[in-house]
Design a binder for this molecule. Structure first.
Ligand SMILES: Cc1cc2nc3c(=O)[nH]c(=O)nc-3n(C[C@H](O)[C@H](O)[C@H](O)COP(=O)(O)O)c2cc1C
Length: 435
């Protein structure tokens, strides 16, 4: 099992504090580190007060969309005797993103505590944690933690003696990217094909088994105990950029960089500091060329755009992309951008659930056109064709998987057009055999 790198002095280590500390994975180890005190405190609060506290902290969803967490919890209907559920999204299939995995494998009780607090806030007695199928080791760790926390009375029929029932069910996915989309996940939990559902109704009205449901990402929920312990004002104060982006953010960095790995930073930290000071800068003799800052589903940034941005929701948007899942894919000057964009398009074509025509056809067609260009058989009109396809894939489908395919294609053509032209004009050797 791999160990994380030691934290960098410029990091703000909060959720990642016990990464690499094997004792923190046990119930006693977690309690010795102050664990489950936040849950005890939260259980003594009314759900309304708890939700207000989370709202005041400014916490926003870390799964990609950045939706305010307290607001999401408050959208659950008033208890009416029907079951209601919390679903924790631990599917983490976004390319370049591996931060939730570290929370699951090193601090399972941090996550369970956050889940239990959220369950109390929304009035749920059952929590589903949907774990990515490939996460064999995190699943093992989580299973042991759920068993221990239940046996020790933190979870179960009388959570920490509060009289509240909080049960956790671990649901293992089968390895489909689309099941990370929240409504596809609900179908998958119900044993159906993981196709996204049309909204409305939203999960808060009709979620898993048709009951009111809140879905939150692993990192979102893992931040909750810290807010309960130290207060909303303290959490809100963790902010170096736009006041709408608060707290810390785990960033997964991969690709052409000296020290890939997970880093935890205060929202608003300059991207340049993250890339050079924390992650060590480019590889020997190389220069950064492009960065995808939020997993693969967001527009590509040029080096200049990325290096002048602040790392928070607004700062990345200001420079033409999105924070997404905060998986930073770094590419240096040795990168063939056309080839990389094709790799991404092929991923989305493979992972499309095929429910919507624009996605099913658009992702596959885009992949084929890019293959043609890479094979040296591209045509001048292929630029317009790719842009038309992307337009048809944006904002027209049940979920945003096809928008995610369009984002790197459109930004890639806009910012690295000369690399496409080199293939089309025969100035570059084909990178692919004939299609
Ligand atoms: C195709 C697709 C894949 C997604 N994959 C994930 C994922 O792996 N993990 C995740 O937390 N959110 C994922 N999301 C976002 C979820 O639908 C949802 O917004 C998120 O889990 C809500 O939690 P949050 O508010 O705490 O961020 C995905 C969305 C789409 C459209």
């Amino acid at each position: 099992m791999g160990f994380p790198h030691p934290s960098h002095p410029k990091e703000t280590v909060l959720l990642s504090r016990y990464f690499g500390d094997a004792e923190a994975r046990t119930y006693d180890g977690w309690v010795a580190r102050g664990g489950y005190e936040a849950l005890r405190k939260a259980l003594a609060m009314t759900p309304e007060v708890l939700i207000e506290e989370i709202k005041a902290s400014g916490l926003r969803g870390r799964g990609g969309a950045g939706f305010p967490t307290g607001l999401k919890w408050s959208l659950m209907p008033k208890p009416d005797g029907r079951p209601r559920y919390l679903v924790c999204n631990a599917d983490e299939s976004e390319p370049g993103t591996f931060k939730d995995r570290e929370i699951l494998r090193w601090t399972p009780h941090q996550l369970l505590e956050g889940c239990a607090i959220a369950a109390h806030a929304i009035g749920a007695e059952r929590i589903y944690i949907y774990i990515r199928g490939e996460f064999t080791e995190p699943l093992k760790v989580m299973r042991a933690a759920v068993e221990e926390a239940t046996a020790r009375g933190a979870l179960g029929s009388n959570a920490l003696g509060s009289g509240r029932r909080i049960d956790v069910v671990l649901h293992r996915g089968a390895g489909a990217y689309i099941c990370g989309e929240e409504t596809a996940m609900l179908n998958s939990i119900e044993g159906r094909r993981g196709n996204p559902r049309i909204k409305p109704p939203y999960p808060a009205q009709a979620g898993v088994f048709g009951m009111p449901t809140t879905i939150n990402n692993v990192e979102t929920l893992a931040a909750v105990p810290h807010i309960v312990t130290r207060g909303a004002a303290w959490y809100k104060g963790l902010c170096l950029g736009n006041p709408k982006s608060t707290g810390t953010k785990l960033i997964s960095i991969c690709g052409h960089i000296q020290r890939p790995g997970n880093y935890e930073v205060t929202m608003g930290t300059p991207v340049k500091e993250i890339l050079y000071d924390m992650a060590g800068g480019p590889l020997e003799g190389r220069e950064f060329k492009a960065i995808i800052p939020g997993g693969s589903s967001v527009p590509i940034m040029t080096r200049e755009e990325a290096e002048s941005a602040l790392f928070d929701y607004e700062g990345i948007v200001e420079k033409g992309s999105m924070l997404g899942s905060a998986g930073m894919i770094v590419m240096d000057d040795s990168t063939d951008m056309v080839y990389q964009i094709w790799r991404l398009a092929r991923f989305y074509a493979h992972e499309s659930c095929a429910q919507c025509t624009q996605c099913r056809e658009g992702t596959a067609w885009t992949t084929k056109v890019l293959e043609r260009i890479l094979a040296g058989k591209g045509r001048a009109e292929d630029f317009q064709l790719l842009l038309d396809l992307s337009e048809n894939m944006t904002g027209k489908t049940i979920c945003v998987l096809s928008d995610s395919c369009a984002a790197p294609v459109v930004s890639g053509i806009k910012k690295f057009r000369h690399e496409f032209e080199a293939y089309i004009q025969g100035a570059r050797e084909p990178a692919m055999v004939a299609v």
